[in-house]
Design a binder for this molecule. Structure first.
Ligand SMILES: C[S@@+](CC[C@H](N)C(=O)[O-])C[C@H]1O[C@@H](n2cnc3c(N)ncnc32)[C@H](O)[C@@H]1O
Length: 205
């Protein structure tokens, strides 16, 4: 576990309300559009990587999915998501882990990540993530990845991030995944700033 990173994120989730963080999104729109393409059955194994206290898990539960895992480096984030969901939290598997040290014990039909991958800025971290995602996703399963685009911010939560273009993201995952479709989204932060995201859907070869 990267202690500096864990401390940073725990501090964020302990000191800011959910709608005080720039990434807050009441309704995960990108998920709706790309999820329709995947057409997953309700028992599909879904993992939200760097899920924080995102409402993605709420949307998946509301859509009838019953096999959901949320992974985050911050225990504070996970605790907040659990508290929000109340009894429904028992239907979810929660994992506190740095994704680059994640050792999956099962395979998933969908690996979802909105705005966590782009915090990995060294070649070593990025290579580890790509390799772990490749191991964790079932053959013909899906990867749905959202990062700041080349027209997006260069920092998030005070940390440097790595921006992605469609070719750059496609190339990064090309060993194990084929790109299905990428979409762009202007995310409006609670402070009314626009952040340009790219979301790409991939299928495991
Ligand atoms: C910008 S927030 C996005 C949260 C959530 N995906 C959303 O859309 O609301 C980034 C999240 O990634 C988590 N994170 C950052 N680095 C991580 C790492 N190396 N491993 C796991 N989670 C990480 C943070 O704790 C935080 O919850």
């Amino acid at each position: 576990m990267n202690n500096a990173s864990q401390h940073h994120w725990d501090h964020v989730y302990e000191t800011k309300a959910e709608d005080e963080v720039s990434w807050y999104q009441a309704n995960p729109q990108h998920a709706n559009e790309l999820m329709k393409l995947f057409n997953l059955p309700s028992g599909a194994a879904i993992i939200d990587v760097g899920g924080g206290d995102s409402h993605f898990v709420d949307a998946m539960l509301a859509a009838g999915y019953s096999n959901i895992t949320v992974l985050d480096i911050s225990a504070a984030a996970i605790n907040r998501a659990k508290a929000r969901l109340g009894e429904k939290a028992d239907q979810v598997t929660w994992i506190v882990s740095d994704v680059t040290g994640f050792n999956p014990t099962k395979q998933y039909d969908l690996w979802h990540d909105r705005a966590a991958f782009h915090f990995l800025t060294t070649e070593e971290q990025i290579t580890q993530y790509v390799s772990i995602a490749g191991q964790a996703v079932k053959q013909a399963g899906y990867l749905l990845l959202g990062t700041f685009s080349e027209n997006g911010p260069t920092k998030c939560s005070g940390l440097e991030i790595k921006q992605y273009s469609e070719p750059a993201m496609t190339a990064r995952f090309s060993a194990d995944f084929e790109r299905i479709k990428c979409i762009y989204e202007d995310h409006v932060t609670p402070a009314n700033k626009v952040q340009h995201f790219i979301f790409c859907g991939f299928r495991r070869k």
